[in-house]
Ligand binder design. Structure first.
Ligand code: SAM
Length: 201
């Protein structure tokens, strides 16, 4: 399967797909932290995507996350641009698409997510509500429910790299994506069986 992971500097999702034998690439304005696979350091909108089977995108949430609602009035233009970027991703010419973001105004301005997952459903004892907007993909089913409901991101000390620590994809979620979405290659989009009920809330 040819996979493009957009807006990923960590290589976490890309490398999970590569480890399972897929032809996975990542793209970010930043260099990749992992040299285990191919990375395009450029705007994802400059890359022809027609040859890919799956696009997984983690667009910036800075102007979209509901946690920053008190600043919304001051950043109307940035917000519109961020929403346009999300619309562009969801309309990309790729048969299967997953877009990931925290609880955000994408829900009210574009559409509600198909699923909300938590790291503690995938082996990490933390809370961080993560929304998934899915096109021709089944919702992820939890792989390992663990105890621990710590909101680690809120306790991170300030610093230039804090946003990176907060935004890096959890390995357990990346592995679930690669295990569960990497084997859909032989099914036609639209012909899939839902693997479980969507986890909303
Ligand atoms: C919230 S972070 C996602 C990080 C990701 N979860 C990971 O593990 O690497 C959003 C990323 O989108 C990248 N980005 C923003 N605009 C982009 C664009 N037009 N094309 C590609 N990447 C972009 C940023 O540089 C940033 O690294």
């Amino acid at each position: 399967m040819r996979v493009m992971v957009a807006c990923e500097f960590s290589g976490t999702v890309r490398d999970a797909f590569i480890a399972r034998g897929h032809d996975a690439h990542s793209c970010d304005l930043l260099p990749s932290e992992s040299d285990a696979g191919p990375h395009f350091q450029q705007d994802i909108r400059e890359i022809p995507l027609e040859s890919y089977d799956l696009l997984i995108a983690h667009p910036p949430c800075t102007h979209l996350a509901v946690s920053g609602a008190r600043w919304f009035k001051e950043k109307v233009t940035e917000q519109e641009e961020a929403l346009d970027f999300v619309r562009w991703i969801l309309a990309a010419p790729v048969p299967r698409i997953a877009l990931e973001n925290p609880i955000s105004i994408i829900s009210s301005r574009i559409r509600k997510p198909d699923q909300i997952i938590q790291p503690y459903q995938f082996g990490h004892g933390e809370t961080k509500a993560t929304c998934l907007w899915l096109k021709h993909l089944p919702p992820l089913f939890p792989t390992r429910l663990v105890d621990g409901r710590e909101a680690r991101v809120h306790r991170m000390p300030p610093g230039p790299d804090r946003w990176k620590e907060r935004s890096r994809t959890f390995a357990g979620i990346a592995e679930a994506m690669a295990d569960q979405w990497g084997n859909l290659d032989t099914q036609k989009p639209g012909d899939q069986t839902r693997l479980c009920a969507p986890l909303i809330g």
